[in-house]
Each structure stands twice: as structure tokens, then as C-alpha cells.
Design a binder for this molecule. Structure first.
Ligand code: HEC
Length: 103
């Protein structure tokens, strides 16, 4: 009985651990992953840094959707972001903007 309880507790911990480790959504990997990572700079800024830049800005999500859609320069001095990354559609861009602001 005790060992069953322990096994359940361990399984529970593993599930919780997975939920906490942030991973880029599949669309992000496919359309943005060549240039962005969550925690570190690559060609473009780390998405955690983007979230920090817009923290407390109530228009953050809408601004990100607009910026990702049109691409260009946003003051990071890292170069040019291509419009829509590598061909993301409107729904994917919205989801990714929402995801970035959860970081
Ligand atoms: C070819 C490389 C490249 C790809 C692909 C790319 N980005 Fe970027 N991204 C950049 C660069 C470079 C910057 C920084 C521009 C600057 O210096 O201001 C940037 C900046 C950003 C920013 C910051 C905007 C802001 O307002 O500060 C966000 C958010 C972002 N990218 C999201 C995405 C998303 C989402 C995708 C995929 C749909 C994507 N990027 C695909 C290169 C890329």
C-alpha cells in the first residue's frame, strides 16, 4: 500500500515538473525557432526578454501581434525580424503572442 502511494506521488511530481518546464509550442519551433529561443538570444531576442519588455503593458499582446505580423526593428539592435517569421498565419501569430506574454 505504502509503495503504491509512493509511486503515485512520484508520478504526480513528474507531471507537475513537465507542466512547469516551458517549451516552445510546435508552431513556434517551426516558424520562429531558427531565430528565437525562450531563455537565450539567438538571431533575435529571447522571448523571456520580450515578455519582460512588455510586462505591465495592457496592450502587450496586440502590440506583439502587430510587430510579429509586420516584422522589422523593435529596438533590440539585433537586425531585422522578417514579417510573420517563417510564414506563420494570423491564428499562429496570435497564439504565439499570447504564449510569449505568459513567460
Ligand atoms: C530570420 C530570423 C527571425 C525569425 C524567423 C523570427 N524572428 Fe522574431 N525577431 C528577429 C530579430 C532579429 C528580432 C529583433 C529585431 C530588433 O533588433 O529590434 C526579432 C524580434 C522579435 C520580437 C520582439 C518584438 C518587440 O516588440 O520587441 C518578437 C515578439 C518576435 N521577434 C517574435 C517572433 C515570432 C513569434 C516569430 C515566428 C512567427 C519570429 N519572431 C520569427 C528575428 C526573427
Amino acid at each position: 500500500m505504502k509503495s503504491i502511494f509512493a509511486a503515485v506521488a512520484v508520478a504526480g511530481l513528474m507531471v507537475a515538473g513537465n507542466a512547469m518546464a516551458t517549451d516552445m509550442p510546435a508552431d513556434g519551433k517551426a516558424k520562429c525557432g531558427a531565430c528565437h529561443k525562450i531563455d537565450t538570444k539567438l538571431v533575435g531576442p529571447a522571448w523571456k526578454d520580450v515578455a519582460a519588455k512588455y510586462k505591465g503593458n495592457k496592450d502587450a499582446e496586440a502590440t506583439l501581434v502587430a510587430n510579429i505580423t509586420k516584422g522589422g526593428q523593435f529596438g533590440w539592435k539585433m537586425g531585422q525580424m522578417p514579417a510573420k517569421g517563417m510564414g506563420a498565419n494570423e491564428a499562429q501569430i496570435k497564439d504565439l503572442a499570447k504564449f510569449i506574454m505568459t513567460l
